[in-house]
Design a binder for this molecule. Structure first.
Ligand code: PLP
Length: 232
C-alpha cells in the first residue's frame, strides 16, 4: 500500500509522493507507516485510471452513492486496492457502505454505530473504523466534540461491539492545523488507538510530522474540483 509508483506516474502524484517521503524523513518515520488515501471525489474513471496504473492502491470517496456508481467495476479489475469512505454516513446507507468500503473514517454517532454493527455482523465484513472528532468544535461540521470523545469511543465497543481503530479530523479552514492534529493524537493515545486520519492537500506534511497514519489527499493529485463538494 506504500510508495511503489511506476516511473510514468502522473506528475502530481509523483510530487505528492516525494513530499510524503521528505516529511517521513524529516520526522524520522518509515514511509510504510503512512498511507496515502487518494481522494477521487467528483473525478471519474478516466482521471482515476492513470493514478491506479501508477501503483496507487488506496482511494477515498466522500459520498456512498457516488462511490457506488464509480468503483465496483474498477475494484473488480483491481482486487488488491482499498476504498475508504471519508465523508458523512447516514444510517440508511450503512448496508451499502459496509459492502463497498474497506475503511470508514466518519463514525460520529450512536445511530451510525448501531447500523454499522448490524451490517458488519450480517455481511461478515469488517471495515477499519475511525471516529471523527470535531477538534475545532465547529457547529457546521460533523464529528464528536473533544470533550465527549472518550465516552463515545467507549460506547462504540461496549454498547455496539465495534472495534475502533483510530480517529479522524478536519481542522477549521482558517486555523493552523498543527494544534488540531496534536489534539487528535492526544485523544487517540489516551484511548489506546493506533490510527490517525489527518492531513489533506494543504497540510499533509505537518500531519505526518504529528503522527498521521492516513493522509487524505485530493486536489494535489487530481486537480481542483469544479463541483461543490468540500470537506469544509
Ligand atoms: C475532499 C476531502 C479531502 C481532500 O481534500 P483536498 O484538500 O482536496 O486534499 C480530505 N478529507 C475529506 C473528509 C474530504 O472530504
Amino acid at each position: 500500500m506504500t510508495a511503489n509508483l511506476t516511473t510514468d506516474a502522473p506528475p502530481e502524484l509523483a510530487t505528492v509522493e516525494s513530499e510524503i517521503a521528505r516529511a517521513c524523513l524529516d520526522a524520522g518515520r518509515d514511509r510504510s507507516s503512512v498511507q496515502l488515501v487518494a481522494v477521487s471525489k467528483t473525478f471519474g474513471a478516466d482521471a482515476i485510471a492513470p493514478v491506479l496504473a501508477a501503483g496507487q492502491r488506496v482511494f477515498g470517496e466522500n459520498r456512498v452513492q457516488e462511490a457506488k456508481a464509480k468503483w465496483p467495476s474498477i475494484i473488480a479489475g483491481t482486487p488488491d486496492m482499498e476504498l475508504h469512505l471519508i465523508g458523512p454516513l447516514q444510517s440508511n446507507k450503512a448496508k451499502e457502505a459496509v459492502a463497498l468500503f474497506d475503511a470508514i473514517h466518519s463514525v460520529d454517532r450512536p445511530s451510525i454505530c448501531e447500523a454499522l454493527a448490524k451490517e458488519i455482523e450480517k455481511q461478515g465484513r469488517s471495515p477499519t473504523l475511525f471516529v471523527q472528532i470535531n477538534t475545532g468544535e465547529e457547529a457546521q461540521k460533523a464529528g464528536i466534540s473533544p470533550a465527549e470523545a472518550d465516552a463515545f469511543i467507549a460506547t462504540c465497543g461496549r454498547d455496539f461491539g465495534l472495534s475502533i481503530a483510530g480517529l479522524m479530523c478536519i481542522p477549521p479552514l482558517e486555523e493552523a492545523p498543527a494544534p488540531h492534529f496534536a489534539l487528535l493524537a492526544k485523544i487517540a493515545a489516551r484511548n489506546g488507538l493506533k490510527l490517525l486520519s489527518m492531513g489533506m492537500s494543504a497540510d499533509f506534511p505537518v500531519a505526518i510530522q504529528m503522527g498521521a497514519t492516513h493522509i487524505r489527499v485530493g486536489s494535489a493529485i487530481f486537480g481542483h474540483r469544479t463541483t461543490m463538494t468540500s470537506a469544509r
